[in-house]
Write a protein that binds this ligand. Structure first.
Ligand SMILES: [Zn+2]
Length: 86
């Protein structure tokens, strides 16, 4: 019974290592987790994205995730756009 437990642990480690390798490997198709910013181009993903600042909470975030209102102010989310609206 002891060995069975260790076998399960060993299998879990092997599976975890395989997944870790996939996420670390550059240029691969990647998993479902790390494909957030690959909408524009598949081969040429910019390493550093332009960062903008939210007008409500002052947090810095990628421009591609920005929400802009009519006056040109940038927000990190629709919720903060609503909160800043008069
Ligand atoms: Zn914000």
């Amino acid at each position: 019974m002891k060995y069975l437990i260790w076998l399960v642990v060993a299998l879990a480690v092997v599976v975890w290592l395989k997944r870790a390798k996939k996420t670390i490997m550059p240029g691969g198709m990647g998993g479902a987790a790390g494909s957030a910013g690959s909408r524009q181009s598949k081969s040429q993903v910019p390493e550093v994205e332009h960062m903008v600042q939210c007008a409500h909470c002052n947090i810095h975030f990628p421009a591609s995730e920005a929400v802009t209102d009519a006056s040109g102010q940038v927000f990190c989310s629709v919720e903060h756009l609503r909160l800043s609206a008069p």
